[in-house]
Design a protein around this ligand. Sequence first.
Ligand SMILES: *[C@@H]1O[C@H](CO)[C@@H](O)[C@H](O)[C@H]1NC(C)=O
Ligand SMILES: *[C@@H]1O[C@H](CO)[C@@H](O)[C@H](O)[C@H]1NC(C)=O
Ligand SMILES: *[C@@H]1O[C@H](CO)[C@@H](O)[C@H](O)[C@H]1NC(C)=O
Ligand SMILES: *[C@@H]1O[C@H](CO)[C@@H](O)[C@H](O)[C@H]1NC(C)=O
Ligand SMILES: *[C@@H]1O[C@H](CO)[C@@H](O)[C@H](O)[C@H]1NC(C)=O
Length: 585
Amino acid sequence: MMMLRCWLWLLPLMVISVSSQQSPKPHIIYILADDLGFNDVGFHGSAQIPTPNIDALAYSGLILNRYYVAPICTPSRSSLMTGKYAIHTGMQHTVLYGAEPRGLPLEEKLLPQYLNDLGYTSHIAGKWHLGHWKMPYTPLRRGFNSHVGYWTGHHDYNDHTAVEHGFWGLDMRNGSRVAYELHGQYTTDVITQHSIDVIANHPVSKGPLFLYVAHAAAHSGNPYNPLPVADDEVIKLGRIEHYKRRRYAAMVSKLDESVGIIVDQLRRSNMLENSIIVFATDNGGAAEGFNLNFASNYPLRGVKNTLWEGGVRGVGLLWSQRYLKRPRVAEQTMHITDWLPTFVEVAGGKEALANFTTSLDGQSIWQALVQDEASPRKSVLHNIDDIWNSSALTVGDWKLIKGTNYKGAWDGWYGPAGERDPQLYNWQQVAKSLAGKAMLQLKVLPSRADQQRLRSAATVNCPNQQSNTQKGSVCNPLQTPCLFNLRDDPCEQYNLATQYPLVLNSLLSELKHFNSTAIPPSNLPDDPRGNPKFWNYTWTNFGDYPKINNHNVLGDISMLMEQSRAEKNAQESQGIPMNLNFMKL
Ligand SMILES: *[C@@H]1O[C@H](CO)[C@@H](O)[C@H](O)[C@H]1NC(C)=O
Ligand SMILES: *[C@@H]1O[C@H](CO)[C@@H](O)[C@H](O)[C@H]1NC(C)=O
Ligand SMILES: *[C@@H]1O[C@H](CO)[C@@H](O)[C@H](O)[C@H]1NC(C)=O
Ligand SMILES: *[C@@H]1O[C@H](CO)[C@@H](O)[C@H](O)[C@H]1NC(C)=O
Ligand SMILES: *[C@@H]1O[C@H](CO)[C@@H](O)[C@H](O)[C@H]1NC(C)=O
């Protein structure tokens, strides 16, 4: 009897000590979509594109409803990897082109390197886009143990070639090797396969995993085949009338399927309960033919590569069974730079973080998210681009827009609104999806009523869109800075610059302060040596070779330089700076 009592008394203690021993650092799975629009997931209120797997995670986790990103790929990915604004790494102007002899500076310590120092093993599947002209810039040299994917900003999803500035070549790698043998395999599937291989081959004894899944979807492919996806997938979405929107939707469906397969693999490998999963976009969607694509940020204003909300307020969700008060629509303001310090805190590196926070722009919002407290982040610098003369900043509820890109050509509101009647949304599909089933098994998928409540709370509505400017004046950011109150006016319809001159001035001076800390953009002209034709038609680390191998190419180089100079002059004489040609991003 006595012994039994002792045992009973000991039992809870043992459980506690076992559980604290068994409370290892969480795996971090970061799934990044490319150019996905705010209105292209089911949980933001449109039923047009079925995204049941992504939605299942959203309803079972936190919908990050004030999540901000940089307006375009390279700045956004730089911010994710460094925890710094692009003005502090020189990556603030447009994207990195495949033949540019530059990359994210090598002095920067990147997210996987921080996590590796804390016991993680890091892998990447998919797009890099942070430099490859010399090997030290590529993923395997910057903290990742494996990489199956591509180095430039986009490619064809089937043959994996990329066209840029008239250069054309294959861009698919397995590690540092050109992956010729993957020809014909759909990129979304290749990225999914590598992701599940990494998960399946990750032994418990290896400690925590950081897996960065950087999808190609739903970025457009090459101009001659901008929306590459199998006809079978397109046919399934026949009810979407607009043909190109239908193809885009099929690309997003494949992305959603990938999310389901990855969650399912985490479940099979008994890693799901101890995983933190992020699904987020890198920037706003490319709508109505921008980049030859058909995303939707409705009802937000603008598109990818503009500083309007449609360019910078991104789709984002955070899932974890272990830590979060779920389910919830999180209203905490968060910026893409915040992931690095947030993950470092989760990984147990908070003390180390204290030593370098002064140089980071990101802030850990982990406690705010876990405890549902106010975000420590009070302002977001969207960008300062002194080549295109555009900048924007949000402080509290106020947003300043100074200058704009494309001479204002993409400053409007673009659809489609999608199928916004709640009756049209397929709730059953959420529970039946792979991610939905995994959530049900963990008993974290909320009731239908709760899902409806969450979905409606995560839907942005802006009545009287474009029809009522009485509350403010029309904004022409090319002439004078504009001011919006995002809390009242998330669609940026009412310019309040003249009504609130003091607010305007304080934001302008904060912008000036940020500007005083900026370093110059690092953009460089294309290096003719980067042309894939010199490298068996592959995009490669051309800067590592003193000379281009085979025959005499000097004639080719001077011809190319002449050609690109002529092209640039021709465009600029028409008043279009070469980089403004959005088809080439
Ligand atoms: C990449 O290479 C590794 C090692 O050679 C191999 O095991 C793996 O299957 C390859 N992955 C793909 C997607 O081809
Ligand atoms: C932080 O920096 C101090 C002073 O350089 C050093 O003594 C300390 O070990 C550092 N802490 C961590 C956790 O790296
Ligand atoms: C930006 O401003 C500078 C200086 O006023 C001007 O030279 C340049 O043409 C402007 N660029 C664009 C894209 O408007
Ligand atoms: C930032 O400062 C530079 C000079 O240091 C100036 O040319 C530029 O116009 C400033 N940009 C903004 C947005 O204030
Ligand atoms: C050159 O590319 C072709 C495919 O286009 C490939 O079969 C061949 O192995 C490559 N040659 C070398 C030397 O890598």
